[in-house]
Design a protein around this ligand. Structure first.
Ligand code: CMC
Length: 422
C-alpha cells in the first residue's frame, strides 16, 4: 500500500491509505477516519462511496465496459447460455459440460414448490402488481423450507441457492399465469433452464407448447444482460439485508422490492407507458423531450441516464439489435419501436442530454422485446428480476463469505435540539 492521503484537521496530520482495484480504480480507505478525527463522511445516494471489495462484476461507465468475472458482456451473450452465466456469477467459473449437467440436475431435483403457496397466490386480487406478489411469495418460501437457513460455509449455502434458482422461475411464471387466468404450471425437466422459463410462462393447457427459437435465443441474451450490475440499488439492498444474517430468501425478496421502483428495474415498464403516451398524444416526441428538460416538471425520459454509465450502456447496444431481430419476425411492426428509435436519436442530438452524458440504458429497449413476446407490461420488471437473480445470489454469497460487518451507515442529525414536553 504505497499511496496515502494526508490532511491537516484541527492542527493534526491524518494519513489515510489509498488502495487500488485490479482495473486501476483507486479508493481512500476511511475506516480509521472517525476514530482519528471524529468526522464522518456525507454522501447521499453513495455517489462516491465504495461499499465493498468485489470480484464479481467490473464496469467502466466512462468507457461503456461491462464484464462478469472478467468476461465481456458481448462475449457472454454471444457464446454462453444463461445457466452457464448463473454458474459463472455464483461459483466464479464457466462450468464444464459435466459440472453444468450436475448443476442442472440439482436444480431440476428441487423444481417443486409447496402447493400451499398457491393458497397465498390465490388470496391476492387479480389487480395486484406481479412484483408485489413475487416479493411476497419469495419471502414466504422460507416458511416452506425450514431446514435451510443456517450458514457456516458454502456447502451449507448451496442447498438454499439451488432451491432459490429452482423455485424462483416457478413463482415468477405463476404471477404471470394468475394475471392471465391460466392454470399454474411446473417445469418440464426435459427443457433447458431458459426453455423452461418460456414453457412455464407461455404454455396453454389445451395445446402442445413449442418454444419459438428466436424468442428463446432473445430471452437467453436478455437474462444474461440483466444478470449482474455490481452495487446497484437492489444488489446493495440484498447485501445490506443479508449482512444482518437474514436468510437468503427474504434477502432476495428485499432485492425485488428495491428493483420494483421506476428509477431502477421498474423503468422498463415506465418506458413502454411513456412510449404509449407519446403515441396516444399524437407522436409529439419533442414535447416529451422538452418536458424532460424542464426543471419545473418532475417528468424524466424513462430509459435514459445512469448513475455509472456516462457513455452508451453496452447492454442497450445489444438490446437494440435483439429488438430489431425479434420485432422483425412479428408480422405487424410495432409503431412504438419507431417512436423509440426517433426519441433516442433526438435525445442523443440534444445539448441537454449530451452535456449530462445521458444515454439509453438497459431498460430502453428491453420492454419492446417483452412486448413482442406478448408479455404484459406489468410483468417486465419480473423479467428483469429473473435475470438479476444470479447477481443477487452471488452478491449475497460474496458478502457472507467475506464475513462483512452488518451494514449500518451513520447520519448527520439536523432535527430539533433537545426540547421538553411542557
Ligand atoms: N431525463 C431527464 N433528465 C435526466 C435524466 C432523465 N432520464 N436522468 C438524469 N437527468 C438529469 C438530472 O436532472 C440531472 O440534471 P442537473 O445536473 O441539471 O440537475 C443530471 O441529469 C444528473 O442526474 P442525477 O439524477 O443526478 O443522476 P443519478 O445518477 O442520481 O440518477 C438515474 C440516475 C438512472 C436514476 C436517472 O438517470 C433517471 O432517473 N433515469 C430515468 C429512470 C431510468 O431509466 N432508470 C433505469 C436505470 S438503468 C437500469 C437499472 O438500474 O435498473
Amino acid at each position: 500500500m504505497k499511496d496515502k492521503i494526508r490532511f491537516n484537521y484541527e492542527g493534526n496530520f491524518i494519513e489515510l491509505p489509498i488502495f487500488e482495484g485490479v482495473e486501476g480504480e483507486k479508493a481512500i480507505d476511511i475506516r480509521r477516519l472517525r476514530n482519528a478525527t471524529g468526522l464522518v463522511t456525507y454522501d447521499p445516494g453513495y455517489k462516491n462511496t465504495g461499499s465493498c471489495k468485489s470480484s464479481i462484476t467490473y464496469l467502466d461507465g466512462e468507457a461503456g465496459i461491462l464484464r462478469y468475472r472478467g468476461y465481456s458482456i458481448e462475449d457472454l451473450c454471444e457464446n454462453c447460455s444463461f445457466i452457464e452465466v448463473i454458474h459463472l456469477l455464483i461459483f466464479g467459473h464457466i462450468p464444464s459440460k459435466k459440472e453444468k449437467e450436475i448443476f442442472l440436475s440439482e436444480i431440476r431435483e428441487k423444481s417443486l414448490v409447496d402447493e400451499d403457496l398457491k393458497g397465498i397466490l390465490k388470496s391476492f386480487p387479480k389487480t395486484a402488481h406481479p412484483m408485489c406478489i413475487l416479493a411476497s411469495l419469495t419471502a414466504g418460501l422460507v416458511a416452506f423450507t425450514p431446514k435451510l437457513g443456517s450458514y457456516e460455509d458454502i456447502e451449507q449455502m448451496r442447498p438454499s441457492i439451488i432451491k432459490m434458482l429452482a423455485a424462483f422461475p416457478i413463482l415468477a411464471s405463476w404471477t404471470h399465469r394468475k394475471s392471465r387466468g391460466l392454470p399454474l404450471n411446473y417445469a418440464n425437466n426435459s427443457l433447458t433452464y431458459v426453455g423452461n422459463i418460456a414453457h412455464m410462462m407461455f404454455r396453454r393447457p389445451h395445446m402442445d407448447y413449442k418454444p419459438n427459437p428466436i424468442e428463446v435465443k432473445a430471452l437467453n441474451k436478455l437474462l444474461i444482460l440483466h444478470a449482474d450490475h455490481e452495487q446497484n440499488c437492489s444488489s446493495s439492498t440484498v447485501r445490506i439485508v443479508g449482512s444482518s444474517h437474514a436468510d437468503l430468501f427474504p434477502c432476495i425478496a428485499a432485492g425485488l422490492s428495491a428493483l420494483w421502483g421506476k428509477l431502477h428495474g421498474g423503468a422498463n415498464q415506465a418506458v413502454i407507458e411513456m412510449l404509449e403516451k407519446i403515441s396516444v398524444q399524437g407522436n409529439d416526441i419533442q414535447k416529451f423531450i422538452d418536458r424532460a428538460k424542464d426543471k419545473n416538471d418532475p417528468f424524466r425520459l424513462m430509459g435514459f441516464g445512469h448513475r455509472v454509465y456516462k457513455n452508451y450502456d453496452p447492454r442497450a447496444k445489444i438490446l437494440k439489435n435483439i429488438a430489431k431481430e425479434v420485432l422483425g419476425q412479428v408480422s405487424n411492426r410495432d409503431p412504438i419501436l419507431d417512436i423509440a428509435i426517433e426519441l433516442e436519436q433526438r435525445a442523443l442530438e440534444d445539448d441537454y442530454f449530451k452535456s449530462r452524458k445521458l444515454y439509453p440504458n438497459v431498460d430502453f429497449y428491453s420492454g419492446l422485446i417483452y412486448r413482442a413476446m406478448d408479455i404484459p407490461t406489468r410483468m417486465f420488471t419480473v423479467m428483469f428480476a429473473l435475470g438479476r437473480l444470479p447477481g443477487w445470489i452471488s452478491q449475497w454469497l460474496e458478502m457472507r463469505q467475506n464475513n462483512e460487518p452488518i451494514g449500518r451507515p451513520r447520519q448527520i442529525y439536523v432535527g430539533p435540539k433537545r426540547q421538553d414536553i411542557k
